[in-house]
Design a protein around this ligand. Structure first.
Ligand code: GLV
Length: 323
């Protein structure tokens, strides 16, 4: 019997490719070229499945041009690169990689929070630039983590991981806002209290964004929201670019509307708003929150297993729609 044909759209661990090759006729992109949408459509002709990362957009135009496609397995927990309604309408299943990256991503969110609040990137630049010529009482003084109020916007698995780190590790008071309130047992486990978005903005000393990107979360944090935050507050975005209005944030950092920000994701990444590159009070990282080798391997394996289970047992492990 002919094996199903799949495309692996970006370079991936060789062992994952080898596993896929046991089940599929695989075309892969191990040179990691960045394909245009037109090139991606050409590569997908005759393919029944595709292994994507967050950088391949699967939309109505692509689906119409690739009628043999049955499944898109994203190697990411977020799937805003999928037009899910168009996929469902076309009978194409989408899958993502939840759970396997939760703790690694929560670790990184906390690391970025600490680096931002304690001005670590700014301090390192200062030292490397030879500006450390003497001590002074307020040199690079930041804000405390321990005992402060941690605000979390978006309280899914990763948000809960950050809440546990803050409450149990650093004695922080944790408040959160989410589309729906957590059950009482989960709130108790995370030591987190539900508040309105307004209360969250007003009260948090450190605000971490962990909500999915959608039309309704576009610019959830813009100039009006930044104006409601404390001037001493820090803002951390490990969710998705577009949730924060980056131009408004750069202005707020320059004007000291808030004290500092830590950003792992950007509008239009890998481009970064030029104003963010010139304000000192921001820590910038290139979308690496899930980037440890074991976690990236687990994500790649889960995406591959979704393809295998779908074609072998007609049941993907972690679907995000019903197709
Ligand atoms: C990374 O951003 C992911 O969604 O997994």
């Amino acid at each position: 019997m002919n094996k199903p044909k799949i495309l692996v759209a970006r370079a991936v661990f060789p062992e994952v490719l080898a596993k896929l090759a046991q089940h599929f006729d695989v075309e892969s992109n191990q040179t990691d070229e960045l394909w245009t949408p037109v090139q991606l459509i050409a590569k997908l002709q005759g393919k029944q499945g595709v292994f994507t990362t967050g950088s391949e957009r699967i939309d109505a135009a692509l689906l119409a041009a690739c009628p043999s496609l049955k499944i898109c397995a994203n190697m990411a927990v977020g799937y805003n690169n999928f037009d899910l309604d168009a996929m469902t309408a076309a009978g194409v299943l989408g899958t993502n990689t939840p759970d396997v990256l939760t703790e690694t991503t929560a670790d990184f969110g906390f690391a970025l929070l600490m680096a931002t609040a304690r001005r670590m990137a700014e301090a390192e630049h200062f030292l490397r630039a030879g500006q450390w010529t003497r001590w002074s009482y307020d040199m690079l003084a930041g804000s405390d983590i321990h005992g402060s109020t941690l605000g979390i916007l978006g309280m899914g698995r990763i948000g809960q991981g950050i809440a546990r780190r803050g409450a149990l590790g650093f004695g922080m008071k944790v408040i959160y806002h989410n589309r729906s309130r957590l059950d009482a047992a989960t709130e108790a486990e995370c030591k987190a209290s539900f508040v309105s978005k307004e209360e969250l903005l007003k009260t948090a000393d450190h605000l971490v964004l962990v909500l999915p990107y959608s039309a309704s979360s576009h610019h959830a944090i813009g100039a009006p929201e930044l104006a409601q935050m404390k001037p001493t507050a820090t803002l951390i975005n490990i969710a998705r670019g577009g949730i924060v209005d980056d131009a408004a944030l750069a202005a707020a950092l320059r004007n000291k509307t808030i004290a500092a920000a830590g950003l792992d994701v950007f509008e239009g990444e890998p481009s970064v708003h030029p104003d963010l590159l010139t304000v000192p009070n921001v820590v910038l990282t290139p979308h690496i929150a899930s980037a440890t080798m074991p976690t990236r391997l687990a994500m790649a394996n889960l995406a591959a297993d979704n393809l295998i289970e779908f074609f072998m047992k007609n049941k993907a492990l972690t679907p995000v729609n019903h197709a």
